[in-house]
Structures are given as C-alpha cells and as structure tokens.
Design a protein around this ligand. Structure first.
Ligand SMILES: [Zn+2]
Length: 89
C-alpha cells in the first residue's frame, strides 16, 4: 500500500515537472514570436504609400517627392508609385 502511494507521488511529481517545462517552452515561443513581429525595437516604422507596407526607417528606400521624404519598401514600389502619380496628374 505504501509503495503504491509513493509511486503515485512520484508520478504526480513527474507530471508537475513536465507541466512546468511545457509552460516554460510556451512562454519562450511567445517571446520569440513577439521579437519577430517587431524587427528592430524602438525604431520608427514608415509606411510605403504604394503597397501600404510598414518598413523600419533604416531599411526603407527614401525618395524626395515634392520636397518631402517619402519612404518605400523597395525601389520598385517607389517607381510604381511615381508612375501612378504622374498618370493621375
Ligand atoms: Zn512597397
């Protein structure tokens, strides 16, 4: 009888340990996910007016348009944006 209770306690202890490890893994995943969704912390995000994508300022392609700094995700988007802009004028 005592052996059975001891075995049950060991099982409960193992189950508890597994739960703790599992929880720790889950929170680590959540942290990694958060780190990925914000590429560089504290950096300004700028919106590409053509494709509406948000890009970190340092990685954006900058072009002076009508005296304003306009940020694009790529040179391609910039050219397409200018093309559309010129057509509408
Ligand atoms: Zn773009």
């Amino acid at each position: 009888m005592i052996v059975k209770i001891a075995a049950l306690l060991v099982l409960l202890y193992i189950a508890y340990k597994v739960l703790v490890i599992f929880r720790r893994m889950k929170s680590a995943d959540a942290t990694a996910y958060r780190a990925n969704s914000t590429p560089s912390q504290g950096e300004d995000l700028v919106q590409d007016p053509f494709c509406k994508t948000y890009v970190p300022k340092s990685q954006a392609y900058v072009r002076q348009i009508e005296g304003h700094n306009t940020y694009f995700c790529t040179l391609e988007c910039c050219e397409k944006y200018l093309e559309v802009k010129n057509k509408s004028h």
